[in-house]
Design a protein around this ligand. Structure first.
Ligand code: CA
Length: 220
């Protein structure tokens, strides 16, 4: 699967690209609207992550031209906190979802996966034991009962759930929790883990600690 990332802030572009590659997808990068359109014309993308404030041709123009050319590739737009109008315009022009800056990389990964899965005709739900997780609404439930989780706990849960049966290192968790400009300590991860374990127990889900390696989510 191939993801086109269109973002003119080089630091943000780099962290987006690293998160998407870590999730197992190939990436192509564009720094301005014209470069994005010429890559899109060549085709072959399963998802486009599109910043709206771009030089040469803004994100909304890229989106409208891309859709006008008849392309159905899912598009996730990145908008500024105060960009409500842009967000509405973007969705009207055919964007599939949006993220408001600043966002955590875990949230980006979750939205990207949901769109990629939808593009493949798959379900946006993930399960483990009796736990059901809606990757679009970012809601966890057990037998129809919603679990009360903080934003951070949801991010940790997503990281573990997306790699079910595989070990996730503490560094990966820290990286996925860091929106840019935010810091997360290793101790904080242990606190989230402790709370999550308690909340997930009724679902028959366990998070094992593998010393020196990381954490692994599995059915009890
Ligand atoms: Ca920008």
């Amino acid at each position: 699967m191939r993801v086109l990332i269109v973002e003119d802030d080089p630091i943000l572009q780099d962290s987006l690209a690293r998160a998407i590659r870590a999730a197992g997808y190939a990436t192509d990068l564009a720094m301005d609207g014209e470069a994005a359109l010429s890559l899109l014309r060549a085709g072959g993308f399963d998802l486009v992550i599109l910043d709206l404030g771009l030089p040469r041709l803004d994100g909304l123009q890229v989106l409208s031209r891309h859709r006008a050319a008849g392309h159905l590739t899912p598009v996730l737009i990145l908008t500024a906190r105060d960009g409500v109008e842009d967000r509405v315009k973007g969705l009207d022009l055919g964007a599939d979802d949006y993220l408001t800056k600043p966002f955590s990389l875990a949230e980006l990964e979750a939205r990207a996966r949901a769109l990629l899965r939808r593009g493949q005709g798959g379900s946006p739900h993930l399960t483990c034991g009796a736990l059901d997780y809606d990757t679009v609404g970012r809601r966890a439930s057990v037998a129809g009962e919603a679990l009360e989780l903080s934003q951070r706990e949801v991010s940790v849960l997503e990281s573990l759930l997306f790699r079910q049966g595989k070990v996730v290192s503490k560094d990966q968790l820290i990286e996925s929790l860091c929106g840019y400009g935010e810091e997360v300590s290793a101790n904080a991860i242990e606190v989230y883990m402790h709370r999550l374990r308690r909340k997930l127990e009724p679902a028959g889900v366990t998070i094992r600690t593998l010393r020196g390696l990381g954490y692994l989510m599995d059915k009890i």
